[in-house]
Design a protein around this ligand. Structure first.
Ligand code: ADP
Ligand code: MG
Length: 671
């Protein structure tokens, strides 16, 4: 049987089962074999029932006295049984697993594993896994546990897998270089392990395979980008110097280095694909401005894409000041822009050097004369399709240079694997004179004593305050405080201060007006949702208050906090919690550190890469088995992928590999 064969051709899989499997993404024989167990039950060395103690136990026995009932008040189905061996008996309980009632034959012995515990004054074995003892003993004791899909439970997957034992022999190797072992062995052992060692070596084999695929996809992306042609933007040292001399500050060394790397890339005829990574407040915008300025000086157009209108407007205001003294034309294009048609004509005629905008930039009727540089701010906010749309606006048969910017660092492990096609510049230095932000977790009852005086003090110094709330309106089903009710409360508490609110559902013009007044120092406290999360830069704001802080992720909290500490005054951030529970690890880490790179590593460890990066890209990067912390295996796969690519015949020879990785190429490209 071929791996491509549709899954219903496997023994025992009828049309109904096939429908459920396909819904779960298991469409082919290959998918079926790569649907790996999520864990294993170890049924080796069962205990006598008389000897078991509370905790995880393994026992062997017959099932007697099976009953199945519905709990009266809840929609709960309870199955109870007595498990008996030659020493004693124990009660087992399952919830919403009605099929258990029919699972056991009277005269057969089963192995059970689960937690033995005291519940409602009685000891019981709660929701144990169960398998026929004779089958397990044949295998060796490790029983795979599969994720249930619809009606298909773990034992169904085991049965189907068992039916397909013979098919494993047909599985060819995917890769040329894996040693030791073969793919058919690895896949067989992961589903039918006899020993711990079987599981370990199968995992290693399959992890290596997966890493190899990821790395190869990244390398191919890079090769493909190299094949495209871009307009070279020559580096003109004198002009760049003139521009930097007009800046209101001296560039940091990190900014200089990053700009230098960008100028080098842009001077080539293959397109740049560079990620500018710098913590919040590290000054990425001015580096982008330098790149756009260089392009404009050589008569080429640039586009800067930002995720929100507030941010686009802010970029426009600050870059206008830098560009206009040089006679360069800059424009803003958002959903709210008036006279769009005239502006679009000007862009098409090449009268605009730099267009800054939101998603409005992506529409088909926004055309350029010679778009040569695309800058994407907060790149993780955009999907592949959106980036593609903008990249395709460069003249026919060319690709623009691409500069992506992010404050969410991509950890080294991911850079080596998933995003291996990227060149990365890092701003690892904050502009001079910044004082680290002081962060404090405070509970509701501490607010009056700790927070209110701080607000009075801050406003007294004519500095400004952000107060972030999770919700816009009050909602009876939720306990989070809304922007509107918080604004009312604050107005009563601080009648002398100017307090306004901001949220995503306001009209663009209203938002701009409020943001403009805040930037001009005319508002003391801005109560807002996370619309101010990314990029917004008001140096005079020095106090950030995040209400219901437990409701945000680490990266988001760090971003929000980064709205203060942008000038030379000392800034503070207060994380408000209800105080009912111990603060989460997230909040504690945030209190401890202001280093975005450190926090990103912590986040990666706590949540895993799929959740952080996967869902932000096109589709979800769901790693089957590989662990991106395994640097040894990554290194091996890296080296082997290089060797693989040295022989062009490999691409023709390893067809399954090549078709599989095109999926990863899609998923992981930042182009
Ligand atoms: P981010 O990297 O978060 O996008 P910005 O580009 O918004 O940061 O810059 C943050 C603030 O720092 C801006 O007000 C900017 O003008 C200022 N800034 C940037 N570079 C420097 C520098 N070298 N020295 C002083 N201030 C700087
Ligand atoms: Mg920014």
């Amino acid at each position: 049987m071929e791996l491509e064969t549709s899954v219903e051709f496997l023994k025992g899989i009828g049309p109904k089962t096939a429908v459920i499997l396909k819904k779960a993404g298991i469409k082919t024989v290959r998918d079926f074999f790569y649907n790996l167990p999520k864990s294993y039950d170890n049924f080796m060395s069962p205990s006598k029932i008389k000897d078991i103690e509370p905790g995880k136990v393994v026992i062997k026995g017959h099932v007697t006295a099976m009953v199945n009932r519905r709990a009266r008040f809840r929609r709960l189905n309870i199955t109870e049984a007595v498990i008996r061996d030659d020493t004693s008996a124990v009660r087992a309980v399952w919830f919403n697993q009605a099929y258990r009632a029919k699972q056991f034959a009277d005269n057969k012995e089963y192995l059970f594993t689960g937690v033995f515990e005291l519940k409602n004054g009685r000891y019981q074995l709660t929701s144990p896994s169960a398998v026929l003892a004779s089958e397990v003993e044949m295998g060796g004791g490790f029983e795979p546990v599969y994720v249930a899909h619809g009606k298909l439970k773990t034992h169904d997957f085991k049965r189907l897998m068992n039916n397909s034992r013979a098919v494993f022999n047909d599985i060819p190797d995917l890769l040329p270089t894996v040693k030791p072992g073969t793919r058919k062995e690895a896949l067989f052992n992961i589903h039918f392990p006899k020993t711990e060692k079987d599981i370990e070596s199968a995992r290693e084999y399959l992890s290596y395979e997966e890493l190899f695929e990821l790395i190869l996809a990244a390398k191919l992306n890079k090769q493909e980008t190299k094949k495209l042609t871009a307009a070279a933007i020559p580096f003109d040292a004198a002009k760049i110097k003139a521009f930097t001399e007009k800046l209101p500050f001296a560039l940091t060394n990190a900014q200089r280095l990053a700009a230098w790397e960008i100028f080098q890339d842009m001077s080539k005829t293959s397109p740049m694909n560079r990620l500018l990574q710098g913590d919040v407040g590290s000054g990425k915008t001015v580096v982008a401005a330098l790149a756009a300025y260089a392009a404009a000086q050589s008569g080429k157009q640039s586009a800067l894409l930002a995720p929100t209108a507030i941010l686009a407007t802010q970029h426009f205001e600050s870059l206008k000041k830098l560009f206009e003294p040089f006679g360069l034309k800059i424009a803003l294009l958002t959903g709210a822009t008036k006279g769009k048609n005239a502006l679009k004509t000007a862009i098409l005629n090449g009268e605009i050097d730099l267009v800054i905008g939101t998603h409005a930039l992506l529409t088909d009727d926004t055309e350029f004369k010679n778009l040569s540089l695309v800058i994407i701010d907060e790149q993780h906010r955009f999907g592949v399709e959106q980036r593609q749309k903008l990249l395709l606006k460069s003249p026919k048969n060319t690709a623009p240079h691409l500069l992506s910017m992010t404050a969410t660092p991509i950890p080294r492990s991911l850079q080596l694997t998933v995003f291996g096609d990227l060149d990365v510049s890092i701003l690892n230095e904050l502009p001079k004179g910044r004082i680290p932000i002081e962060t404090k977790i405070i509970t509701e009852v501490q607010q009056k004593e700790l927070l209110y005086p701080k607000i009075t003090e801050t406003a007294g110094k004519k500095q400004q305050i952000y107060w972030i709330c999770k919700a816009i309106d009050d909602d009876t089903t939720s306990e989070v405080t809304s922007v509107k009710s918080r604004t009312e409360k604050l107005k009563k508490l601080f009648p002398n201060l100017t307090i306004e609110f901001l949220h995503g559902r306001m009209k663009p013009a209203e938002k701009d007006e409020i943001m403009g007044r805040f930037a001009d120092g005319k508002i003391d406290i801005l109560v807002s949702t996370t619309v101010v999360e990314v990029g917004v830069d008001v140096k005079n704001a020095t106090l950030m208050i995040i209400e219901d802080a437990e409701n945000y992720g680490l990266a988001q909290l760090h971003q929000l906090r980064g709205r203060v500490g942008r000038g030379s005054e000392k800034s503070s951030c207060f994380l408000l919690t209800s105080g009912d529970n111990e603060p989460s690890r997230r909040l504690k880490e945030l209190e401890k550190s202001t280093d975005g790179f450190y926090l990103a590593e912590v986040d990666l460890k706590m949540r895993g890469p799929g959740e952080i990066y996967g869902s932000l890209q096109h589709g979800v990067l769901d790693l089957r088995i590989a662990n991106l912390g395994d640097t040894r295996l990554i290194k091996r796969a890296q080296d082997d992928a290089v060797l693989f690519l040295q022989n062009p015949e490999n691409m023709l020879k390893y067809k399954e590999l090549m078709s599989g990785i095109s999926h990863y190429q899609q998923l992981t490209t930042l182009n």
